[in-house]
Design a protein around this ligand. Structure first.
Ligand SMILES: [Zn+2]
Ligand SMILES: [Zn+2]
Ligand SMILES: [Zn+2]
Length: 772
């Protein structure tokens, strides 16, 4: 009953937008209204929820004060407004159910790690969901990965094939219950079940498949485990043989594995944790966090060879918790269930086929995964979170942009692909699609585009793409002839992504450093300083061009880049330099590479910064060929960590026309001299990192003097190198620049689609202004 007040009642209409569906928002409002003795209702609207409350004015004020402060943990409010309307005099507060006749432009929640309340029930033998692997509530569980269509309710998820039992239905219908309208609500009686399959995919008839899987893992087997966004391949992280076996079978050479540990204290045993990293490990998205491993750590070296960081994450499904509750291991390698660079497997049959010969058994279930979604990877640098791979647990949360825009689709790059759709004043990045190099990836790309457009209910007529004519994404875009195409230069897109994330406008100095991006002059760019805004850029400075002998072969064989720089500076008689790394290289292949460059055959010009890291790594003898992308640069970074040297190698700076060119002759003179003096590799590596950071800051200062700009944006995959990132940041801050960098969106090509979308939006706006 509503208390009577002497004051005339006040009624207010409140509009809320953001992530307010499937996150316990309506029961929260219901409880809050009752606590404040208010009548009225809450209903879904096209953009979020609409609330009307009526009662004593001071109670209405209390409601409005408490609402934003007490929202459930998963709700994210992007706007809240209220206005006074005429009282209606109703007696109670009601929840009005979803109206299907309205387009529901509300936001969909990402997948959420199982909550503490559910974990308590999971461990309680008297609870009806004791050890039930799919326990969830409005505060936790799958969302994005089980959604077929919108609006988000059970009939449009992969839970539609499970009919709730009477007990679950009662919870679902009770506004005061933690599971009110929890769409994936289920229990032992009515919900999905787990099964164990053999290596060949036949059912192993066993009462407790999870216990049996744990036993197999303890014995050194590889078990494929169906998770939220796809399958993982798991093995006991402390079992050297099991780790080696998994590497061999998966054809994954040296690229680090992530490990899952049951609790924060166990993570602390393996890694050095700071407060921010702890917070992210425990966050509801449960990402993989890269952390410095403890030198005395007792894990097989095969987990992250040559890497001082360890990717670590905590359990996020009830199934993970049940596996660890067996007590048979305290760390599992959990790597995505695929072969080398293919997309992660999601379907039971698909997993058995594609992971045949890798997994010894399959722990599967019959709740279908509708959206592939890899684990997200992040780290903490310069005191903030930095996304390296933004996927499960973060997608599809939008990035807010400054202006309203017509719908735009941006299709991203070639490697670490994501796509982006702008709707209104929000940009939605897809999950990590990965490297577009095979049919499976192409299919995944198509799915990601379709699904994003479907859940956002937009059909963009404008499509932004990279300049590279050979990218799958570019070709895909150009095949859609009925759409308007907006080509965007790769490094311009990187800088625009950084600007968007930091809500910058106007011109900035953009430092974009990566491995490969198609340049406006047809060369391969990658060491660029642009003066850019959202519609235009000019190339204020770049690394000097050198040949990329053999094109992509030079990416796999860093020694070719060392040879390219050396031949440019000292001519073709490299043997007289007497460098140790040259002795390792077959002399016929060396001559071939020299001839290729001389005759300009298959040797495009490049200003790539990633390839400069490769060249230095090869020259120092660290690595002449790589097994995965950026391996040489990563090992060069790792080498520098044991050095405290304060030196910095010089670079050459020349101005040609209005463009500064950064040359490497002095760098190589010094490197060769230091190699002869047998200076340690860590010291040389550190001097290189430091020297490059200093010259970039010097060039930025020259551009500032000429153009009167003080905002610098850092973007591109080279900034995933944490040592280099911090050196550049410090060098720029010493010169009193205002420096902006990525946090919520990757600096690498995973963030490219956001920049493309923003540039397209601004170009459209500019042409509309011109025409009006
Ligand atoms: Zn829960
Ligand atoms: Zn049930
Ligand atoms: Zn790039």
């Amino acid at each position: 009953m509503i208390e009577m007040s002497l004051m005339p009642p006040l009624r207010k209409a409140i509009d809320v937008s953001g992530i307010v569906q499937g996150v316990g928002f309506r029961p929260f409002i219901y409880r809050l209204a009752n606590q404040c003795s208010l009548s009225g209702f809450i209903a879904n609207t096209p953009v979020g929820v609409s609330i009307e409350v009526e009662g004593a004015p001071e109670k209405v004020e209390e409601f409005l004060l408490r609402l934003p402060k007490e929202v459930p943990p998963l709700a994210k409010l992007t706007a809240l407004s209220d206005r006074e309307i005429d009282p209606q005099g109703e007696q109670s507060f009601r929840i009005i159910s979803t109206r299907l006749d309205q387009p529901a432009k509300t936001l969909i929640s990402p997948d959420i790690a199982v909550c503490e309340d559910c974990l308590r029930e999971l461990a309680n033998p008297r609870d009806r969901r004791f050890r039930y692997p799919f326990i969830n509530c409005t505060n936790c569980g799958p969302r994005f990965t089980i959604i077929r269509d919108i609006p988000y309710d059970r009939a449009r998820t992969s839970m539609d094939s499970f009919k709730m039992c009477a007990a679950c239905q009662a919870e679902y219908d009770d506004p005061a219950n933690r599971r009110f309208h929890a769409q994936p609500n289920a229990c032992w009686d009515c919900g999905p079940q787990v099964q164990l399959l053999s290596a060949s995919g036949t059912l192993i008839d066993i009462a407790e498949p999870i216990r049996e899987a744990a036993r197999l893992l303890q014995q050194g087997s590889t078990v494929a485990i169906k998770g939220l966004g796809g399958f993982h391949l798991a093995c006991d992280a402390k079992n050297v043989d099991a780790v080696e076996k998994l590497r061999e079978r998966k054809h994954r050479i040296e690229k680090p594995f992530a490990i899952m540990v049951p609790r924060l204290e166990i993570a602390e045993r393996y890694c050095i944790l700071d407060d921010l990293s702890k917070k992210h490990l425990l966050s509801i998205g449960r990402p993989i966090v890269l952390l410095p491993s403890r030198p005395e750590v007792a894990l097989p070296s095969g987990i992250a060879p040559g890497n001082r960081f360890l990717g670590i994450f905590l359990p996020y499904t009830p199934l993970h918790h049940l596996l660890f509750s067996s007590g048979k291991f305290d760390a599992l390698v959990m790597t995505s269930g695929n072969l080398s660079e293919e997309p992660i497997a999601i379907d039971n049959l698909e997993a058995v086929q594609r992971l045949h010969g890798i997994a010894d058994a399959f722990l599967v279930h019959n709740r279908e995964i509708l959206r592939r979604c890899d684990d997200s990877v992040l780290r903490v640098a310069a005191g903030v979170l930095q996304q390296l791979r933004r996927s499960r647990g973060f997608v599809p949360v939008p990035v807010a942009i400054e202006h309203e825009s017509p719908p735009i689709l941006a299709v991203g790059g070639e490697l670490k692909n994501t796509v982006c759709v702008i709707r209104g004043s929000e940009a939605f990045l897809s999950q990590h699609v990965g490297d577009l190099e095979n049919l499976e990836s192409y299919n995944f790309f198509n799915e990601a585009v379709d699904h994003l457009q479907r859940i956002l209910e937009v059909q963009p007529q404008v499509i932004a793409h990279d300049l590279h004519p050979d990218y799958f994404s570019t070709k895909w875009a150009l095949e859609r002839e009925d759409l308007q195409h907006i080509p965007v230069q790769h490094h311009h897109a990187h800088i625009a992504a950084c600007m968007a994330e930091n809500h910058l406008d106007g011109k900035v100095i953009g430092i974009a450093l990566d491995g490969t991006g198609y340049g406006a002059d047809g060369a391969i760019w990658g060491g660029e300083i642009l003066v850019a805004d959202y519609t235009t850029f000019d190339r204020a400075a770049h690394l000097q061009y050198v040949p990329l002998p053999g094109g992509s072969a030079a990416i796999h064989e860093p020694w070719r880049m060392a040879v390219s720089h050396l031949a440019k500076h000292y001519g073709n008689d490299l043997q007289s330099l007497d460098l140790p790394f040259l002795r390792e290289i077959d002399s016929r292949r060396l001559q071939l590479v020299l001839q290729m460059m001389e005759r300009e055959i298959h040797s495009p010009r490049t200003s790539s910064c990633g390839r400069l890291f490769d060249a230095v790594a090869a020259l120092l003898g660290l690595r002449s060929t790589v097994n995965y992308e950026a391996q040489a640069a990563i090992e060069l970074e790792m080498a520098a960590h044991t050095s405290a040297d304060e030196g910095a190698y010089p670079f050459d700076l020349v101005k040609e026309g209005s463009t500064w060119k950064i040359g490497t002759r002095s760098l190589f003179d010094w490197l060769i001299a230091d190699i002869r003096k047998q200076v340690s590799i860590p010291d040389m590596s550190r001097r290189f990192h430091s020297g490059l950071a200093l010259v970039l800051a010097d060039v930025a200062a020259k551009i500032r003097d000429a153009r009167d700009l003080n905002h610098v944006c850092l973007s591109g995959g080279c900034f995933h190198n944490v040592l280099f990132f911090e050196f550049v940041l410090n060098a720029l801050r010493k010169k009193e620049f205002e420096v902006y960098f990525h946090s919520d969106v990757p600096a690498g090509d995973g963030g490219l689609s956001l920049g493309q979308a923003l540039i397209a939006a601004h170009l459209l706006k500019a042409s509309a202004n011109l025409n009006s």
